[in-house]
Write a protein that binds this ligand. Sequence first.
Ligand code: GLU
Length: 467
Amino acid sequence: MIRTRFAPSPTGFLHIGGARTALYSWAYARRHGGKFILRIEDTDRERSTDASVTAIIDGMKWLGLDWDEGPFYQMDRLPRYREVADRLIAEGKAYACYCSKEELDRMREEQRAHGAKPRYDGRWRPERAASLGLVPPAGIEPVIRFRNPDDGDVIFDDMVKGPISISNAELDDFVLLRGDGVPTYNFGVVVDDLDMGITHIIRGDDHVNNTPRQINVMHALNAELPKFAHAPMILGADGERLSKRHGAVSVMQYEEDGFLPRAMVNYLARLGWSHGDDENFSPEQFVQWFDLKHVSRSPAQFNPEKLRWLNHQHVREQSDEELADAIVPRMKFLGADLSSGPPLRGVVALFKDRAETLVSLSNDCLMFYSEPRPTQELFDQHVPAPIKPVLAGLANDFEAIPDWTPVSIGAQIRAVLDARQLKMPKLAIPVRVCVLGRTNTPDLASVLSLLGRRVVVERLRQNLPTS
Ligand code: GLU
């Protein structure tokens, strides 16, 4: 059974890159009927916060990335890391190191002075410590270091990047457990991935360089290796690694900005993966299609316009009911009394083709649930004095027509245009200003029909300019 995981460090919100990693891991598990595990890697005590855990979980829930097991917290598993470290020590594959920070700094400085790459020199490897006559100083909790193989290469076949090989000579005896018993990332991640039976480690390619170390520890534990898949970096439009500077904020910011989670999933899916020419697809389709073979090796570029475009497509494809339900909280927040106007569904139907986001959709719909307050400036600009009697006449006509439908309203407007020898905008814009306090609306007859005859007639009479 395929088992994948998302293992965020809770040091901030769920950003675009993290969300994409989570999405790929989730989709891979779902695609193959496997399990998706959420693990919080909270070992950086200074930077980890509960607020960040909440933000990450909120982001995943919003995107619809449900997990089957967890969340597991690494800080709850300290005894387990100690146990595995003890086993490695007992087998001669790890050892205690008592170097102080000053000593390590000195070691690195000397190496640099000789033009060598700074690395731990293995002086506390038991046989070397003995030959150097090193004695464990009293009162110091040592770190536990991994005895990295001295020779050979670490080779693995990345499911995205292909074969990768690193010489062990490049790797030093890195720390597994700190003095306080907290594991380093490279140790905690291995113990957990093995204990949790992870079969496919899908993550960003900033971790490629950690993988050989992790593989060495896995070998030392005689474990069967999982498969690795490193997804490409995400860049901003300027070719730099994506960061806040590019507007790459928390995924929850996109919720606030009126993006649909399915559009976000669609966009994240396409950031470094493709399915032929398909641009616009549902989360369900993505799960059916997702494979690691089509994850790109080259960096992906984040493009906010593309995301907006996709959101627009998804908004248009949603049913009126779904969209109305989605914007009710926003409308209320904006102060709309939804009982004061026509059913929201009908209003949504009028606007959804031009709505790029739920924010613009709500703002448009709002005009049906609030009193328009046309400004003097609007009147001066768009409602010239000679049109006043025309508007007054139109109000009377509207009162008299037998039924109140877009067709009959449209016919009446056209009749007035013909009789007065006017072009559509000369009448439509003043009507919009008086009835809705704005110059731009979807099809006028449809808008008026939805608003209701009484309201339209009243506003045409009351909101006429006084001068
Ligand atoms: N906690 C690591 C991170 O957030 C997880 C990396 C991994 O998936 O192994 O980058």
